[in-house]
Design a binder for this molecule. Structure first.
Ligand SMILES: [Fe+2]
Length: 620
C-alpha cells in the first residue's frame, strides 16, 4: 500500500474523486467517493442483466462517473478491493497442499487468472484510459471499511465474515475516527461463509446466490443435525473461532463443495436442484442456521470482550444473514448495530474507496449524529420524468401523469384494494435488497397476497414470505424491535398480540402449505415462526415512499406494506424504465408507477402472445 504522502497533500488542495472497484469473484460493482462523501455505487448485474455478474464492471463504473458528473480524467485514485497476487498465492498453496487431487479445479481456474486476474492493474488502466494512482486494499479491509466508515458511529468494533478473501474468512477489530485496526482473523479453509455455502450446495441451491433461501427454509425444520455438525464438521471454540474437518468438504481440491463422506453423514447424496424439497433439507437448513447463529453470537461476544466497544458494525456475505443479525442485536452484548447494506463483495468497491480516503490519505472523519452516511443506500442511477415519458411514448404505453398528492392517494388506494403495484422511484438501491426505489408493493394484511404475488409476479412457489416495509415510528407496534432497520437486514418476531396460533392440524401441514396459514394480522409478511425481515422507512430516508405508506396507514390503519424486489425469479432487480415496463407487461402486475406516471395493465396493448416470458426471464 502506498503511504499517504503526496496524495494526502494533494487532497488538501483539490476535490478528490476516488473510484472503488470490486470484480472477478461475484457481484462486481463500482463506487465513487468524493471528498469522503459517497456519491454513487452500483452493481454491474443491474446493467448487463446477468445476475451476480462478476466481470469487469464497465457499466457500473460509467454509471458512477456519470452520476458524479466526471470522467476518468477527474479521478484522483482508483482502488481495487483485494490483492490479486495474495489471492493467487492462496490458490497455489491450496493446490500444492492437495496435489495432485485438485488438478482439475486448478486447471479450470487458471485461464481466468492468466487472462485477467493477474493483470488487474493494466486491465483497469486500459479499460478506463487511466494513468493515475492505483491502490489495492485487502479484501477484509474493504469489508471492514464498508461497515465502519458509513456507519453513524465515531468509534465501533467491526466484524467481517464471508466465504474467503485472500486468506482471511473472518476479521475483527476497531474503528475509531478515520482509523481501522484489525485485532484478529480466521483463515481459509475455515470459513463460516463456505460452511454455509456447502450446505447451500448440498440442499440443492445455488452457491453464492441462494444462501438466503436456506435461511428462509430453516423455520420449517428441526435442528436434528446440530450434533452431527459439531461432532464431525467443525470444532467450535468458545471465542467463536472454529476449524473445519476438511475430510468432509471438497472445495479445496474438487469442483463441488461437499464429498461422499458428507453425503453419508446426512443420509444420501445432495438434493438435485429440480427435486422436491424434503424434510431432510429443512432439518439441514435449521441445523446449519442454529450453528451459524451460535458462531455469530460467540464471535460477537468475543469481539466485545476484546474491544470493549458498545457499537458493532458488520459486513461480509455472512452479514446478510438477517436472522443471525437480529439475534446479535437482541442477545449480543453490543448496544448498537449497523450493517453495510451491500454486505457482500459488491460493498467491497465502496469499502475500498472509503478506505483510501480515510485510512490511506488520512483525511478526518466526522459523523452525522442524525444518521449514517449511506444515504439510504439509494446510490444508483435515476431517471427524470422527462426520460420516463419519452420512453413510455416510444414503447407505445398508455399512461397518466399525476401530481404528487394525487399519485400518492391513488397508489395507496390501489394497494389497499389488493392490487399489485410496481414502484419505480428515484435512485436505484445499492445492495441486494429493494428498499422502495425498485420495489413491487402489496397489501401486507391480505391473506391471499402471499400466493398472488408469488405466482403472478415472481413465478415461484416460495417457502419464504415477503418482507414488510413499516413506518419507522410505528415499528414497535408490529415487531419486537425498538429501533430502525432501514436496510432490511434484521429479522424480528411479530409482537405477540398480533399473532394467530396454529391449530394442530395446521401444524402438521408441510412446506408452502404451512406458509399459507395466516400467522398474524399481517399474514403476507409473517414467517411460519412468526418472524419478519423488516425494513423501516423514515421521511429522511425516502420521503416519497414514506408518504405513500403514511397514506396507506391513514386509509387502512395499518402502517405496514409488502415490499419485494422489482424483478422476477432469476433476473436482477430492474434498473431502467424499459426493464420495469417489460417486467410489468410480462407478469400479472396490475399497475406500474414510473416516477409521476401511472400505468394500468388493463389499458395496455398486450405484447405478442407468442413471447414466452418464462424463457425470456431465464428462470433458474
Ligand atoms: Fe467477501
Amino acid at each position: 500500500m502506498t503511504p499517504a504522502g503526496h496524495a494526502g497533500l494533494r487532497c488538501a488542495l483539490m476535490i478528490m474523486n476516488i473510484l472503488g472497484i470490486s470484480c472477478f469473484y461475484h457481484d462486481s460493482a463500482a463506487a465513487l467517493v468524493r471528498d469522503g462523501a459517497i456519491v454513487a455505487a452500483a452493481q454491474e448485474e443491474r446493467f448487463t442483466r446477468k445476475k451476480h455478474d462478476f466481470g469487469f464492471p464497465h457499466h457500473a463504473i460509467a454509471s458512477c462517473l456519470a452520476q458524479g458528473g466526471i470522467s476518468t480524467h477527474d479521478l484522483s485514485a482508483v482502488v481495487f478491493y483485494d490483492k490479486p497476487l495474495v489471492k493467487f498465492e492462496r490458490i497455489l498453496e491450496t493446490y500444492l497442499a492437495y496435489a495432485p487431487r485438485g488438478i482439475r479445479s486448478f486447471m479450470m481456474s487458471m485461464p481466468l487468472w492468466l487472462k485477467e486476474k493477474l493483470w488487474i492493474p493494466s486491465l483497469i488502466r486500459d479499460a478506463l484510459g487511466y494513468e493515475g494512482d492505483l491502490y489495492f486494499t485487502e479484501h477484509h479491509e474493504a469489508h471492514a471499511a464498508s461497515a465502519f466508515y458509513p456507519s453513524p458511529f465515531s468509534r465501533a468494533a467491526f466484524l467481517t465474515m464471508d466465504g474467503v478473501g485472500e486468506w482471511t474468512t473472518t476479521s475483527y477489530g476497531t474503528g475509531s475516527g478515520n482509523r481501522l485496526q484489525i485485532l484478529g482473523e480466521q483463515h481459509f479453509p475455515h470459513s463460516l461463509g463456505l460452511l454455509y455455502s456447502a450446505f447451500t450446495y448440498f440442499t440443492g441451491f445455488k452457491v453464492n446466490s441462494a444462501e438466503y433461501k436456506v435461511m428462509g427454509l430453516a423455520p420449517y425444520g428441526e435442528p436434528r443435525y446440530v450434533r452431527a455438525i459439531y461432532e464431525h464438521l467443525i470444532d467450535l471454540k468458545e471465542d467463536g473461532s472454529f476449524r473445519m474437518n476438511m475430510e468432509y468438504f471438497d472445495f479445496c481440491a474438487g469442483l463441488r463443495m461437499t464429498n461422499e463422506r458428507f453425503s453419508r453423514l446426512f443420509g444420501g447424496p445432495p438434493r438435485d436442484p429440480e427435486a422436491e424439497l424434503t424434510q431432510r433439507e429443512m432439518d439441514l437448513a435449521r441445523s446449519l442456521q442454529e450453528v451459524t447463529e451460535e458462531i455469530m453470537l460467540r464471535t460477537a461476544r468475543h469481539v466485545h470482550r476484546e474491544t470493549g466497544e458498545t457499537n458493532l458494525v458488520l459486513a461480509g456475505g455472512v452479514a446478510l444473514n438477517c436472522v443471525g443479525n437480529g439475534r446479535i442485536l437482541r442477545e449480543g452484548p453490543f448496544r448498537n448495530l449497523w450493517i453495510q447494506p451491500a454486505a457482500g463483495d459488491a460493498g467491497g468497491a465502496l469499502g475500498a474507496a472509503l478506505f483510501a480516503w480515510y485510512a490511506l490519505f488520512g483525511n478526518p472523519r466526522t459523523v452525522d449524529p442524525g444518521g449514517d452516511a449511506q444515504r439510504g443506500s439509494y446510490l444508483g442511477p435515476e431517471f427524470s420524468d422527462k426520460q420516463i415519458e419519452e420512453f413510455l411514448r416510444s414503447a407505445g404505453a398508455r399512461f397518466t401523469r399525476l401530481e404528487r398528492e394525487e399519485l400518492l392517494e391513488k397508489v395507496a388506494e390501489l394497494i389497499a384494494s389488493e392490487h399489485v403495484v410496481g414502484w419505480f422511484q428515484g435512485r436505484m438501491e445499492f445492495g441486494p435488497r429493494a428498499l422502495g426505489g425498485r420495489s413491487i408493493l402489496g397489501d401486507a394484511r391480505s391473506p391471499r397476497m402471499q400466493s398472488v404475488m408469488n405466482l403472478k409476479i415472481k413465478f415461484r412457489e416460495s417457502f419464504r414470505p415477503f418482507a414488510p416495509t413499516v413506518l419507522a415510528e410505528r415499528v414497535s407496534e408490529y415487531f419486537e424491535i425498538d429501533r430502525e432497520s432501514p436496510y432490511m437486514l434484521l429479522v424480528a418476531p411479530v409482537v405477540a398480540g398480533r399473532r394467530v396460533p396454529m391449530s394442530s392440524g395446521q401444524e402438521a401441514l408441510f412446506g408452502i402449505h404451512k406458509l399459507n396459514v395466516p400467522r398474524s394480522d399481517i399474514p403476507a409478511v409473517t414467517h411460519v415462526d412468526y418472524s419478519a425481515r423488516i425494513q423501516t422507512v423514515s421521511r429522511v430516508q425516502h420521503q416519497l415512499y414514506y408518504e405513500l405508506i403514511e397514506r396507506f396507514y391513514r386509509r387502512t390503519g395499518c402502517p405496514v406494506i409488502i415490499n419485494t424486489s422489482f424483478n422476477v425469479r432469476g433476473e436482477p432487480i430492474v434498473c431502467a424504465p424499459a426493464e420495469a415496463f417489460r417486467c410489468f407487461m410480462r407478469t400479472g402486475m396490475d399497475y406500474l408507477v414510473l416516477g409521476s406516471c401511472l400505468l394500468a395493465k388493463k389499458d395496455q396493448v398486450p405484447l405478442a402472445a407468442d413471447v414466452d416470458w418464462r424463457k425470456e426471464f431465464s428462470l433458474d
